[in-house]
Design a protein around this ligand. Structure first.
Ligand code: T6T
Length: 330
């Protein structure tokens, strides 16, 4: 009797000791659930629209989604502390992030990547955005966003047309180290090169502050009263720059090509205060990022190094077309 009790006791002890060996690697409850973190660049209608695309695809696929706090200003100093604090919660399989600098986000993201978190960059990218060539910034799975240089070139051609192929043009943009807007300026400069009669008189950086865009554009118009065209490269640049033209009483005389289809910009187009609005597809960018990320995490699918949804142009002739309504960031 005593012997069998001892055996039973030994068996129980053995079971407890051996239990972990049997359970390691086995998914804990909810472990195979995919968790993604969305880290936007700044609080603006473009990223709100992107979040909608992310939310709806995450819901569809059963992805556990964490949306980080929206930075109140643009830049690594605002974005990195939020990113690191949110990632420190743990349990994150993938980060969908719009890096606010091509350089300054490489180290903080590489650290998280080395901790086992996959990265997809949405809207903006690291380095030169070519993740197919091994480099210190090629660790993200993919860049999902607009072809900004192509958009810049097309806007140059449209603005050239609007000003009759010659005259002075001015650019208001945000930051030199941000891939998206830098690409737009580069494309624009390439685009106007084919027009010998067009002169680029200045490029100002407003650090993504709308009032700064208004002040800079007003100063540029005062310095060069014969500026014929303005290109503003994103939401706050556009909303600031056209306000300066309105305040200077130059609406119609100065042609304005803008980027990002906010409700404010579409209303300005309807009022003839701007002449062109390029609409990116933030909802689609967000949805594609979750879709490809999920395929990678669950099936090991190969994610294309670049996924580029197109863009649309709002003009005075199509702004009231109901088919265009879907492209407004609202
Ligand atoms: O233009 C978008 C985005 O594409 C860019 O990278 C940063 O600015 C916006 O978010 C608009 O404010």
């Amino acid at each position: 009797m005593k012997k069998s009790l001892l055996t039973l006791f030994a068996l129980i002890v053995l079971a407890f000791v051996a239990m972990p060996a049997f359970t390691a690697g086995a998914p804990e409850a909810g472990d195979d659930e995919v968790t993604m973190l969305f880290m936007p660049g700044i609080a603006d209608p473009f990223y709100y629209m992107m979040e909608k695309g992310i939310q709806s695809k995450a819901e569809e696929l059963g992805v556990n989604l964490i949306v980080a706090e929206y930075p109140k200003s643009w830049g690594p100093e605002a974005q990195v502390p939020i990113l690191e604090a949110t990632a420190a919660r743990g349990g994150i399989d993938m980060i969908l992030i719009a890096p606010t600098s091509v350089d300054a986000l490489v180290t903080p993201l590489k650290k998280l990547y080395d901790e086992g978190i996959e990265i997809i960059t949405v809207d903006t990218f690291l380095g030169n955005g070519d993740y197919s060539v091994q480099s210190e910034f090629s660790f993200p799975l993919s860049y999902i966003g607009s072809d900004n240089e192509k958009g810049g070139r097309e806007i140059a051609a449209e603005l050239a047309d609007l000003i009759g192929g010659s005259g002075k043009v001015y650019v208001n943009t945000t930051n030199p180290d941000v891939s998206s807007v830098a690409g737009r300026v580069k494309g624009f400069q390439e685009g106007i090169e084919v027009f010998p009669g067009i002169e680029l008189v200045g490029v100002d950086y407003n650090l993504d502050v709308q009032q700064k865009a208004t002040d800079q554009t007003l100063a540029a118009l005062q310095k060069d009263p014969d500026i014929a065209g303005v290109f503003a490269t994103n939401v706050f640049s556009s909303q600031g720059a056209y306000q300066a033209v309105v305040n200077a009483g130059l609406t119609g005389a100065v042609k304005i090509a803008t980027w990002d289809a906010t409700v404010d910009m579409i209303n300005a187009l309807k009022k003839g205060q701007v002449d062109l609005v390029l609409a990116q597809k933030p909802y689609e960018i967000g949805s594609l990022a979750v879709d490809w990320g999920y395929k990678f995490l669950t099936d090991g699918a190969e994610v294309p190094k670049k996924v580029i949804p197109g863009f649309e142009f709002f003009t005075q002739s199509n702004v009231d077309d109901p088919a265009m309504d879907q492209f407004i960031y609202k």
